[in-house]
Design a protein around this ligand. Structure first.
Ligand SMILES: N[C@@H](CCC(=O)N[C@@H](CS)C(=O)NCC(=O)O)C(=O)O
Length: 401
């Protein structure tokens, strides 16, 4: 099975840009009990133990069985170490920044899924650099068998450039596993998004998001509409690395360490590290428009894709509950600032994100029910003015894009 942003295999259901009801047949949820089955259960329990709770022995047996099954599922969903801390598996296809493939000899295609924060990074940098013509995209959605698959959504012609789940435009495969398998040399490992594919060589170029965004930022300038935008300017490389070393383990992966923890200790450690890092960033953003000062960098792109999922998903589903993002005025303004950079909003789809997480991470949300979220989690609220132009010495990075 595949999992959103994790390792194992639980997948996302299909989604659209607006919230909608998914029919029981189409969704990954178990069918709802009918009135007849509900009344059979009610009658059976009344017959067995009347209106009181089931006998203690039954409860403790069910509890042991339930928790064993939960641990088994979590082990596949999210491998952990002996202390119960989530350990993210490493990506198989990496890019060396000193040996980027040549743009002229490749035909690049990007595979993504909209709920995935790692894939989201690649969509943002592709949009900011103006690589939409140079790198085509297929948006995958989850299938019943647990792998990312491609669905025929018969996208209207006017929407053909929108990021909507659909068919595999590069290989006409039914699912991502088939694409990975068809690579020169074959493949039998984890089939994750984002995945960058070279249609000419019929091979995976890379399936590690940070490598892909570095490549998009500097390796394809001859094809980019905004070649002058540099999201890793040489003078900021040190700061970017410093922030990445903090933000990746404590925030990007930190929210997963909270949600996928398999012991109280592992959760406590993760949640404390997450919130002390958010407190630190909140302070920093009081006098810096972006993480590295006046310019938007790759470090911001990486932080942004976690922040936009925070109130609608991680705060609730992953128990990142000490605070909501909206309670951090600087972080929340920073989120809106980046969202309002031209090109970014079109890569964001909160209904698709919610659909993906709440309906497919079965061990964390067995009912599949999506919670109602407060206003701060809604996409429209990201259009509220951010008033951050004056924070620090504002070099308006988005003017360059
Ligand atoms: N380290 C990878 C993580 C990618 C990842 O975990 N993607 C998830 C979706 S959010 C996935 O495709 N999981 C499928 C699986 O694990 O089989 C990156 O940054 O690109």
């Amino acid at each position: 099975m595949s999992v959103c942003c994790a390792s194992a295999q639980l997948t996302f259901p299909s989604h659209t840009t607006t919230p909608r009801r998914v029919s029981a047949r189409m969704s990954n949820q178990p069918p709802k009990p009918t009135t007849t089955t509900t009344s059979i259960f009610t009658s059976a329990t009344k017959l067995l133990w009347g209106p009181s709770l089931p006998p203690g022995l039954l409860i403790s047996t069910a509890r042991t069985a339930w928790s064993t099954v939960w641990h088994l599922m979590m082990t596949q969903l999210a491998p952990s170490d002996s202390s119960g801390s989530y350990t993210r598996p490493t990506s198989q296809f990496r890019l060396n920044p000193t040996q980027f493939p040549s743009a002229a000899s490749s035909e690049l295609h990007l595979y993504v899924g909209l709920p995935c924060p790692w894939a989201h990074r690649t969509l943002i940098v592709r949009a900011l650099k103006g690589l939409d013509d140079a790198v085509s995209v297929s948006v995958a959605s989850p299938g019943q068998d647990g792998s990312w698959e491609f669905k025929d959504n018969t996208i209207p012609i006017r929407d053909k450039d929108k990021l909507i789940p659909g068919l595999d435009k590069a290989n006409r495969c039914r699912n991502l596993k088939e694409v990975y398998k068809s690579r020169t040399g074959g493949y039998d490992g984890r089939c994750t998004v984002p995945m960058l594919w070279d249609s000419r060589k019929k091979d995976v170029v890379c399936n590690e998001s940070y490598d892909i965004i570095e490549f998009f930022n500097t390796g394809l300038n001859e094809l980019a509409k905004n070649p002058s935008l540099d999201l890793t300017p040489p003078e900021l490389k040190g700061k970017i690395e410093t922030w990445n070393r903090i933000v990746y383990p404590k925030v990007n992966n930190g929210v997963y360490r909270c949600g996928f923890a398999q012991s109280q200790e592992a959760y406590d450690r993760a949640v404390n590290e997450l919130f002390s890092t958010l407190d630190e960033i909140e302070d920093h953003l009081g006098s810096n428009r972006y993480l590295c000062g006046e310019r938007l960098t790759l470090a911001d792109v990486c932080l942004f894709t976690t922040l936009i999922r925070f109130d609608p998903v991680y705060n609730i589903l992953f128990k990142c509950t000490k605070k909501k993002l909206v309670e951090y005025p600087n972080l929340y303004g920073y989120l809106r600032d980046i969202y309002q950079i031209p090109g970014v909003a079109a890569t964001c789809d909160i209904p698709a994100i919610m659909d993906g997480y709440y309906k497919t991470l079965f061990p964390l949300n067995a009912s599949g029910i999506q919670p109602a979220i407060s206003l701060s989690g809604h996409q429209d609220s990201l259009l509220i003015p951010h008033n951050r132009d004056s924070v620090g010495k504002a070099f308006v990075a988005q003017n360059a894009v």
